[in-house]
Unconditional design. Sequence first.
Lengths: 336, 244
Amino acid sequence: MSSISRSLRRMRAIFIARNLEYLRDRASFGWNLVFPVMIVFALAIVFSGPPRALFVVTVIGTEALPEIVNFPGVETISDQQDKALDRLSRQQTDLVLKIVDGSVGYWVNGNSASGAILELLLKYTEDRPLQRGETDGEAIRYIDWAVPGILGMNMMYSALWGIGYVVVRYRQSGYLRRLKATPLTKFEFLSAQVLSRLLVTLTASVIVFVGTNLMLDYKMVGSIALLLLIALVGGLAMITLGLAIACRTESKEFADGLLNAITFPMLLLSGVWFSLDGSPEWVQVIAQVLPLTHVLEAARAVMLNDAGLADIALSLGFLGVFCAIGMSISIRLFRW
Amino acid sequence: MTDAILSISGLGKSYDDVIAVDGLDFEIFKGQCFGLLGPNGAGKSTTLGMLEGMEEPTRGSVHYLGKPFPVDYQDRVGIQFQATTLQDFLSPHDNLKLFSSFYDDPIPMDRLIEQFRLNDFLHRDVRRLSGGQRQRLLLALALAHNPEIVFLDEPTSGLDPRSRRDLWDMVSELKADGRTLILTTHYMEEAEVLCDELLILSHGKTLLQGAPKKLIKEAGVSDLDTLFLSLTGETLVKTQEVIE
């Protein structure tokens, strides 16, 4: 028997044992499915009322802005032109303004009633020459925007705790020491853990995605295959992060604290619940080093904008590099 | 019993300023049941860890058949740790299957199940096993690959008298198979019943070595515990007390 087939046999055994442990732990298994569904429905109920009665104007630059931005009920944010127009096409903003050589350039979404009202107000109040631009695109409900965030958050918790916490528990209980006394190698053990958790994470994500979409019919205009690819690479990135945390940690309490310290910033800064558009630049810089940010950016681009592989290649590349670094650190530093 | 299967020379282990094992020299022969005896903190488990290949000595050496440990040493030894938690939600059957799959030529599961009388609780969650059932399962897992040397770290610690007797029977059967057994215990009666040779440790050093009956006879005492008490002024837990 070759060493590769021996290795595969041992990995398969650990993989099956971990899956059995997870599937028989009905409380954890159920929670992984029930929790995200509960959140999706809670948000659907909370945000099921009429849209907010507030106009949002996005300005490019800050000089000599029209009077309209100071009207009561008008919220003004600053952004770059491409991002602003992108938001306009999704009706996340109602009007985009840009001052060009003494004239006022503006864009509206042809499908937006709010945009039409603001355009009238602008024409009525502005003396300078106006240059009109138009985009189109349907409005995105909050639930459409939040669903990728919830799926990503569920993946993050499942991957980080399912690996990080469990491996530390194995170590603290002496189970890893028992495995060390067998021919099982670190690589075989870690690979089996990664594959087992990846299967669980992907399966749970697919079930939650299909189940909630059947009932809530949220927006999904892109490729399912690409979305699966994002879930695969994103799940791997989260799992390797969990492994890196667990590779030396000996206390469950410390692992719990460490996992919370890592998940909390991602929950806040990766755009799970709200967009970071318009937030300070340093916040956006921090967000860009968090794997969940790239998972959600790529997933939203596919689900809401029909993005192709080339559009999300940067995010996938980042996640791929993150996986490679996480796995090599874990194998190098892992202690039974 | 002529060939030393393990030769230990000048073996020592320190943790920072604490010397756990301090210069041990002894040999263990094929087919022997060798006991490491001593109170808590004597260095029994640390010594066992180094013989198992699980811990690196700070100084000295352990040789297997006269040479350093071979690459496949873990295939040749079976280890029952003092405290091992198995994966939650798995049954003895699942665990036997898992551990058997780590080896090329494991003992058939049916034989292990019969030998260690696991049938009554074969499909029960391991968290719901009694202490004795759990030790029998751990012993079966240690034997899954038919090892040449079996290490038992306080195998009957915390067991009730009946389970203790059961396990003694099983260890005796392993002895009868001709396996080399190395066990630690602080129960004197267990050492007298099971071991051919004893190494009595105190504070990481050898206090006495020899066959149990010979040690008792030469010291002119009634049992090992009295012998230990006369040597160190400390007492060990007598198995008899637990059994009664």
